[in-house]
Structures are given as structure tokens and as C-alpha cells.
Design a protein. Structure first.
Length: 377
């Protein structure tokens, strides 16, 4: 079986790169031949080691533009998306692939599909949507209805439930999100920690994550002196980069906190995650009630227990005892949760190990790849 992955995100983050890699590795492990279709001039940040087909029309970025220029680029992107979809249809008609996967889709992709000949594809085209929240639900369901008559158009939503906001559609399939696992390093999870308990705060830094508040709470906790915090921040916007540097300087005198202002990909990213004993995700965001958190599923995949806000995929901690859940945006709850987690870590570490193993079986990336192939067959 030959499957093409259509990727057009111009400035992908680490998790988007890892998700593409997950698809490539797991589909190949199932005996599938995988290749990429990308816009002309597209440059990968990671070498996936598979064939690449270029489609007419360059990717368009909104980065650093506003007003009329942003509107113009948005229009240009939609025009080029139609060109990409037409080229994908031509590949499908030519029999070059048995299926096409679009790994990071939104209702906008489905809106563009409704205007494209690709909706008549003779082979399955799978649009993977990474969650649907109430704000975008109306637009999403509208587009789902418009393409439901095209039997080869399949919409796979990564979700922890068995329906989308209480609704079911025959062309929408609910798939459990996959964990991200170490693929480039020799890594064996352990149930024991060293002399120091190392906590990690990772991911793309944005001001709304309120890192200052979290650090102040961390420093106020009653911890043994052997507790350390590693803070990694990848920044895209200049204002976020400046703010992260400000925070580094503000807390530079606290030796128990280490900062790394850098985007990490591949082996560097995996080594950093593996170096800590647990991950801390205190930031509040209502979107994670409906969209899976790639950072959380990285923690699970690396067998790391968590201290996590209760609006981040709360169903998981309800089912699996893999950490401490805190009330999002409540600083006192965060302080109590951190202290509880640290002070009971040694007593619960074996329990965490067992439950993380169970969660990894449930959210196996191989199982997700198998479910995708079931949509193709």
C-alpha cells in the first residue's frame, strides 16, 4: 500500500514534526510505503527518509504581517491550496497512491475541499483534525455536511471521546490521540529517581502561560533542597523571546532553576524530556478541554508523571493515576499540588510506573496508525 502525507505548514513546531514522523514510522512498520507531497520550495526541518513530491504553489506564511498584507497572504494561501488539492487529485487519478493523509487539518481545509475537485478523489483522503472546540464547531459541522456525500473523504478527529461535542456524522471518525515516544535515543524509563528530583517545564513559550507566576509559586513551596526545575522555552514572536529573556534575568539568582531558551527537535528534544523525572503543566487554556495536548502525551510517552491543570485533557487523569491534577488558574492549588506531588513522589513512583504503562498501551501510536489504515481499506 502506498500512502502520501500532504504537509504544507511552513513553520512547523516540534510536535508537528514529531506527528509527521510518528505517521511515517508507524505506517512503515505496518508495511506501508510512505511519501510526502509538499508545496514547491518547501523545506523540511527533519529528514524523514522518504520520497518527496512537490506540488505547484508555494506555502504562504502570516508571520510578522498585519492588516492588508495579512489579508492578501490569506487569499494567496487559499488560491495555492486549491492548486495543491488539484495536484493531489491528479496524483490520485494517476494511481500514484492508495490514500492521502493530511495530518493537521481544520475546517478551513474542508471549506477549501468543497471548492476543489479533490472531493471526487478515487482514493481515500483522510483529514486529521486535532480536536474541535465549541467556538469552531458550527463552521466545522457545516463543512462536514457539505462533503458527506463524497465517500472517499474521511475526517479523523483526535479526541478522547466517541463523538464530537455530542454529534456523530458518518464521515467523521473519532481516533484516540497517540503518545509521542523517544525514537532517537536509548531510553529506558525507571521507577526511581536520583539524589535530586528534577521537574521540567517545556514547550513553546507564550506570555499567556504566566511563567512568572508559576516560578513565584514554585519558589514559595516547601521543598527539600534536592528539588530542581528545568525550564525550556521555544519562542517564535520577538515579543515572546524578549519576555523569556526578561524572565531568565529575573530568576537568574535561583540556582535550583535552570533555563534553556531554545527550540528543541529530534534527539535534543528527547534527551531533554528524558533528563527530568516529571513534567509540570500548570497553564490554563480552555482549548485543551477539546484539543489533545501534545505536551501531555509526550509526558505519557516518556513515562513521566505530571502536575497538570485540570483543563488539560482531564479525562486522562480521571482514568489513569499518573500525577496530580490542579485547579487551572488557582495559585494556591498549584502550590499545594506541587508540594503534594513532590512529597509523595517516592511513595507513589511504582504506582505511576504501572499506570503510565497502562496509558501507553491505550494511546499507542501503532494503534492509531492501524486505525488510519482501517479507514483506507
Amino acid at each position: 500500500m502506498k500512502i502520501a502525507i500532504f504537509e504544507s505548514i511552513l513553520t512547523p513546531g516540534g510536535h508537528e514534526i514529531d506527528f509527521d514522523r510518528l505517521l511515517v514510522d508507524e505506517l512503515q512498520s505496518l508495511g506501508t510505503e510512505v511519501s510526502f507531497c509538499v508545496p514547491e520550495g518547501y523545506h523540511f526541518k527533519y529528514n524523514y527518509g522518504v520520497a518527496i513530491h512537490h506540488l505547484p504553489g508555494e506555502s504562504v506564511s502570516y508571520a510578522g504581517v498585519r492588516g492588508i498584507r495579512k489579508l492578501w497572504r490569506a487569499a494567496k494561501r487559499e488560491i495555492n491550496r486549491q492548486r495543491w488539492f488539484k495536484a493531489l487529485y491528479q496524483h490520485a487519478v494517476a494511481g500514484d497512491f492508495d490514500a492521502i493523509i493530511i495530518p493537521t487539518s481544520t475546517y478551513r481545509y474542508l471549506r477549501a475541499l468543497d471548492l476543489s475537485i479533490l472531493k471526487n478523489s478515487p482514493i481515500p483522503v483522510i483529514f486529521i483534525v486535532h480536536g474541535v472546540n465549541p467556538k469552531e464547531a458550527t463552521a466545522f459541522f457545516k463543512q462536514v455536511e457539505k462533503v458527506k456525500q463524497y465517500h472517499n473523504i474521511k475526517i479523523a478527529v483526535l479526541t478522547l471521546g466517541d463523538n464530537i461535542l455530542g454529534k456523530e456524522h458518518r464521515n467523521v471518525y473519532c481516533l484516540k490521540p497517540p503518545v509521542f515516544i523517544p525514537r532517537d535515543i536509548a531510553y529506558q524509563p525507571t521507577a526511581k529517581r536520583g539524589d535530586t528530583l528534577k521537574l521540567g517545564f517545556f514547550g513553546q513559550y507564550r506570555k499567556e502561560k504566566n511563567l512568572d507566576v508559576f516560578l513565584d509559586v514554585f519558589l514559595s513551596c516547601q521543598f527539600p533542597p534536592t528539588v530542581e526545575l528545568f525550564v525550556q522555552g521555544a519562542t517564535v514572536k520577538p515579543e515572546d523571546s524578549n519576555d523569556f529573556q526578561r524572565i531568565q534575568q529575573k530568576y537568574a539568582q535561583h540556582s535550583q532553576i535552570t533555563f534553556l531558551h531554545k527550540a528543541l527537535i529530534g534527539e535534543e528534544w528527547q534527551t531533554a524530556i528524558a533528563s527530568v523525572d516529571a513534567l509540570i503543566m500548570p497553564y490554563a487554556s480552555s482549548r485543551y478541554r477539546y484539543h489533545w495536548s501534545a505536551m501531555f502525551f509526550t509526558a505519557i510517552g516518556f513515562h513521566k508523571p505530571v502536575v497538570i491543570a485540570d483543563d488539560i485533557n482531564s479525562e486522562v487523569l480521571t482514568e489513569y493515576d499518573i500525577g496530580v491534577k490542579i485547579s487551572a488558574g488557582d495559585n494556591e492549588a498549584l502550590k499545594q499540588g506541587l508540594e503534594l506531588f513532590v512529597n509523595t513522589f517516592d511513595a507513589k513512583v511504582e504506582r505511576y510506573k504501572e499506570e503510565l504503562q497502562r496509558a501507553n498501551r491505550e494511546f499507542s501510536p501503532l494503534q492509531m496508525a492501524e486505525r488510519l489504515l482501517n479507514l483506507v481499506r
